[in-house]
Write a protein that binds this ligand. Structure first.
Ligand code: AMP
Ligand code: FES
Ligand code: ZN
Length: 315
């Protein structure tokens, strides 16, 4: 195949659109798609300050790279989740990226500032902390952005992530989640910062190709806490469908956002009137004490119990 832009031999094929690009033209196409989503979905304006949540993986680093190249004022935030060597290695990737490109990276150290780590949040039944970890991340993205005056938080969720989430929500008929799933979550309260996913129409393969061509050094390993075997199973199913029907994944997600979602209740945060300040941390919540603060208490208690008594050598 030939490059759609310059007609030289192509390296990256976009099967669903039946076009391909050479390594020189592909990054321009990729960034144009990101820009298109930012503008079309009204994610943010040029004068707004963007906080990119970076995990050290290809998607979020590719997003930070693309936004910077597109001329946006984008800083990063990395949450140190305390998942052993995996967290240390991903932190290193984020720090190196920020240093190399001369960008500002904020960090939250769960262990140091909150007194617990994500493995302390394992559920008794599944043995997995993934759902709690999601709450922890969202809480700190919002808190850091609100405290430091950012207008919007951008995450690296891609087409595969979003299609798998949609599939899972359909399998379990999570109507509430379905109503809220989308690339833009508007702020409905001064303490809630807008959340956006500029890569939601670009597949994992397309982001990986961008990272490779732009020589972005990212962490290849997946989270060892086995981030939901379920979401991996959904991704595998959608990939096999995609093999037979190029474009099926895209049609599934975009069709839902264009047609299915409108039929469902709830399309954003809870209305502002129902929110109040958490009695402990001051973040917006519907309860007296927010879900994060309650969860953090549990994490600290677990950590305390696991600690060997004073004077006992753990070795
Ligand atoms: P995940 O929930 O691991 O699929 O990650 C989804 C998105 O959340 C990533 O693309 C990042 O934007 C963000 N993210 C994940 N882990 C972290 C982290 N430790 N610190 C900051 N952002 C993160
Ligand atoms: Fe949160 Fe794996 S990244 S549990
Ligand atoms: Zn709280």
């Amino acid at each position: 195949m030939r490059c759609h832009t310059c007609a030289r031999p192509a390296n990256v094929e976009i099967r669903r659109s039946r076009i391909a690009f050479c390594a020189g033209c592909y990054p321009h196409w990729f960034r144009a798609r990101v820009q298109e989503r930012i503008d079309h979905d009204r994610m943010f304006r040029r004068d707004e300050r963007v906080l990119v949540a970076v995990s050290g993986g290809k998607d979020s680093l590719a997003l930070w790279h693309a936004l910077t190249r597109l001329g946006y004022r984008a800083d990063g935030v990395y949450i140190r989740l305390g998942i052993g060597g995996y967290s240390r290695r991903s932190q290193e990737k984020c720090e190196r990226f920020a240093e190399w490109h001369g960008l500002m990276l904020h960090q939250v150290d769960l262990e140091g500032s909150e007194g617990f780590v994500v493995p302390d949040l394992r559920e008794a039944r599944s043995g997995k902390p993934c759902a709690a970890c999601g709450t922890v991340k969202r809480y700190h993205f919002n808190r850091v952005a609100a405290e430091l005056g950012y207008d919007v938080v951008a995450t690296g969720h891609n087409l595969d992530d979003e299609a798998a989430t949609l599939f899972g929500n359909l399998v379990h008929w999570n109507i509430d989640y379905l109503g809220r799933q989308g690339p833009v979550l508007e702020s409905t309260h001064p303490g809630l910062v807008r959340k956006v996913k500029p890569l939601y129409r670009l597949s994992e393969r397309e982001t990986a190709a961008y990272a490779l061509i732009e020589r972005i050094d990212y962490i290849l390993e997946e989270c060892p806490m086995a981030k939901g075997a379920k979401s991996l199973a959904y991704k595998a199913m959608l990939n096999s469908l995609e093999e037979q029907q190029p474009g099926a994944k895209y049609g599934f997600l975009v069709g839902f956002l264009k047609q299915g979602r409108a039929a469902l209740p709830g399309t954003g945060f809870e209305p502002a009137a129902e929110l109040r300040a958490c009695a402990r941390c001051g973040q917006p919540t519907t309860a007296e004490v927010c879900a994060y603060c309650r969860m953090a208490d549990r994490g600290r208690r677990r950590r305390e119990r696991a600690r060997p008594p004073a004077g006992v050598d753990p070795t």
